[in-house]
Design a protein around this ligand. Structure first.
Ligand SMILES: C[S@@+](CC[C@H](N)C(=O)[O-])C[C@H]1O[C@@H](n2cnc3c(N)ncnc32)[C@H](O)[C@@H]1O
Length: 304
């Protein structure tokens, strides 16, 4: 099915051409996503790209950043397939190499992560689960305040704010680069008046029972002791409040420290931290090329 079938999507056509001409290892990634997710995906991606990267130079830089981000993943994943372990790294090392490295964050990590949520099937399916499980819960329960911990790009908070016009959100992150990128996203999507981001470490700085609803996407695998972090999330959430918590599994990256091999390990930690699982989603990046080969997974849990 051609990308522009019945629709005019000039930005996706431009991005598709950029991949074909400059990043050949991902030459057909836009077509593949369109053939998997169709018009709804294409309209959301066309709109998100146009708002976030509003001229050809910005789009070209973002795609270049994504390509470098994806190449790093591929390279580290190939090593992981051999060793079945992540490269040893401390949280302090990851923080200084990644979260506090503004050039790397702005040029590669944050645009890469942002675009991966539209271009990697398990990331996009996780957003679909977020919309049906968490955003719909807030809508039905008429909850209009939420907290996101480890906002990164700010994509999940922005989606919640766009879909819930009465909602207000707060984000916390330890990275000034994530704070700046996420705030810019809120501004260009015109939801910044309903959002604030504080530079905070949730384990040490965030007050008890200060969130009615909580989002925490792909932070657990970045930590040395995820259970302590999960206990902090449980403490921050009001009793009876619900949280959307995810982890990346078998997915090597520069700042992935804690190796989860299956979703049951994440769930066991959630239980240890005092959460109860209401529903969950597990998506894989691609079918295993060989039986037994670990593939990157996204595991997301609605918990209370
Ligand atoms: C992979 S990103 C998370 C993805 C993000 N939720 C998104 O949707 O783009 C990891 C983020 O967690 C933040 N982080 C790491 N440790 C943290 C902590 N202890 N408290 C708050 N944020 C933390 C990092 O600065 C980084 O922005």
């Amino acid at each position: 099915m051609p990308l522009t079938d019945g629709q005019s999507r000039p930005l996706l056509t431009e991005i598709q051409d950029l991949f074909r001409q400059q990043h050949r290892f991902s030459a057909d990634i836009v077509d593949r996503s369109f053939n998997t997710f169709g018009d709804v995906w294409a309209d959301k991606f066309e709109s998100a790209v146009g708002v976030m990267f509003n001229d050809t130079a910005a789009r070209s830089a973002a795609i270049k950043g994504y390509a470098a981000f994806a190449m790093t993943s591929l390279r580290l994943q190939a090593k992981f397939e051999k060793t079945r372990d992540y490269q040893a790294k401390t949280y302090a090392e990851a923080a200084s190499e990644v979260y506090h490295n503004d050039v790397y964050m702005q040029s590669e990590y944050l645009p890469g992560l942002f675009l991966s949520h539209y271009l990697w099937p398990h990331h996009y399916r996780q957003i679909q689960f977020f919309e049906s499980a968490f955003v719909d819960y807030l809508r039905v329960a008429r909850i209009d305040r939420f907290l996101e911990v480890g906002v990164g790009t700010g994509l999940y908070s922005r989606i919640a704010l766009q879909e819930l016009p009465m909602a207000h959100g707060r984000g916390v992150d330890i990275s000034p680069s994530s704070q700046a990128f996420a705030l810019r996203q809120m501004e260009v999507f015109r939801v910044a008046d309903r959002y604030a981001i504080n530079l905070e470490d949730v384990v040490t700085d965030t007050p008890n029972a200060s969130a009615e609803a909580l989002i925490c996407v792909e932070v657990l695998e970045h930590l040395e002791q995820p259970v302590e972090f999960l206990k902090a999330l449980r403490r921050v959430l009001v009793p009876g409040g619900k949280a959307f918590i995810t982890a990346a599994l078998n997915a090597a990256h520069t700042d992935h420290i804690y190796l989860y091999r299956d979703a049951g390990e994440v769930e066991a930690q959630l239980v240890e931290a005092g959460f109860v699982t209401e529903q969950f989603f597990v998506g894989q990046a691609y079918a295993p090329p060989r039986p037994g080969l670990p593939v990157p997974l996204a595991a997301a849990f609605m918990v209370y």
